[in-house]
Design a protein around this ligand. Structure first.
Ligand code: PMP
Length: 296
């Protein structure tokens, strides 16, 4: 059977047992490889769900241009789905993101607007809001930091997949950007697997780990809700990079910076338990970071 659209291939990503980086026989570390989505990241799930809910609610039609501020992956996902569905897409991004992301968004036919790298994703968000405010009828603003359908996509999607793939999980680790991933998964796990501890990973400072941000110091949208998170683990850029490189060399898993941060948190957790199952969400692939200091 064939699929009609590329976005029908979103989801059902593999859960892979890590062997070399976590050698303790009584502890199982399982990696959810979100790079296997067609747009290359976990953001495909949120982009598709937000977009289709907006279509259903009558907020989005072909007369409107899809608008979003992003650290890159959401822009790529919206550009891909927008192209397949026949929408115009405008993406606002900080200049600091990797060249691959900028090139991918343009290759997928979207318009790209760059904002100062010093202001990080927050600067991009401010610009997108301004563009929307100036012309509200022309755009559908996806607004991933505040759109509940970002978190809902994970509540209905990846969380259900994880419960089916690993029925008994002691720790679930996810990095925090918009908080969509962790809030959606945590909400489902609270209902169906309340004993699973939810661990949120945040950068210790700045925007150095692409995709993640510190909701206490940098910026938090409405989706951030600390009550869903049992434990926060801080990762430095250096720690995250080391674990990303290890994953590629030791496991053959070419992953991005935020995956490295999540793996750093997995190391911390496995050091303090004797047995159990730990799931780590690896949001994207290392391919988008080949030109950055992560792999150069
Ligand atoms: N890692 C990467 C590479 C991302 O692009 C994002 C999204 N900004 C995240 C992690 C964090 O996911 P969320 O926005 O759902 O918190």
């Amino acid at each position: 059977m064939f699929k009609k659209y590329i976005f029908e291939a979103i989801g059902n990503t593999p859960l892979i047992k890590m062997k070399k980086m976590f050698m303790d026989e009584k502890i199982e570390v399982l990696a959810k490889t979100e790079s296997r989505n067609p747009g290359g990241s976990i953001k495909d799930r949120a982009a598709l769900f937000m977009l289709e809910m907006a279509e259903k609610k009558g907020e989005l039609d072909k007369k409107k241009t899809i608008l979003e501020a992003t650290s890159g992956n959401m822009g790529i996902s919206l550009s891909m789905i927008g192209a397949a569905k026949g929408y115009r897409v405008k993406v606002v991004m900080s200049e600091g993101v990797s060249d691959e992301r900028k090139a991918l968004i343009k290759a997928l036919g979207a318009e790209l607007i760059l904002t100062s790298s010093e202001l990080g994703t927050e600067g991009a968000l401010r610009e997108a809001k301004y563009i929307f405010k100036m012309n509200p009828d022309k755009y559908w603003f996806a607004d991933q930091f505040n759109n509940p359908d970002n978190a809902n996509s994970h509540y209905y999607g990846i969380a259900e997949e994880l419960l089916a793939q690993s029925p008994e999980t002691d720790f679930l680790i996810a990095g925090i950007g918009t908080s969509g991933t962790i809030s959606g998964i945590a909400r489902k796990f609270r209902e169906k697997s309340p004993d699973t501890k939810i661990v949120g990973v945040i950068p210790d400072r700045g925007y150095g780990i692409h995709g993640l941000q510190n909701p206490f110091h940098d910026f938090a949208g409405e989706l951030f809700n600390g009550k869903y998170v049992d434990e926060f683990i801080y990762a430095s850029k250096e720690e995250a990079f080391k674990l990303s490189r290890d994953a590629a060399k030791k496991e053959g898993l070419l992953v991005g910076m935020s995956s490295g941060a999540a793996l750093f948190a997995a190391k911390k957790i496995t050091q303090k338990i004797q047995r159990g199952t730990v799931i780590v969400i690896l949001p994207d692939s290392g391919e988008k970071y080949l030109s950055t200091e992560l792999f150069r």
